[in-house]
Design a protein around this ligand. Sequence first.
Ligand SMILES: [Zn+2]
Length: 129
Amino acid sequence: MDDAANRPDRPAAEQRAAAERIRAARAEAAELAANLERQWDAVVAAAAFTNNDDEHDPEGSTLAYERERLTAMRDHVRRELAGLDRAAERLRDGAYWTCERCGGPIAAARLDARPAARTCIGCAAGARR
Ligand SMILES: [Zn+2]
């Protein structure tokens, strides 16, 4: 057991609950990623059967759109997975409950809703680009 990694001010139960939330969110994102990979393969397979003439073939432009949509979703899921991995790391380091930007606490309700959150709600609102 590595107790040094656990902050004394956070009960172990809370720590475990957070780890479980991150794990669940990660499993969900990983499943979505796998699902997107299958859709991607289907689009690639469909593209192989149609003409490469995207400009004039309505089927081709649908595939191009579909490919673009899947790429965007895949990027989003990858960022999500990376964020959750980082959250798990932050949890191990005892930094999970602390805002990365201002060093203040991150509300438990915010972490409930967004397990990968790294900033408090105030900083998140300020940082929105
Ligand atoms: Zn903050």
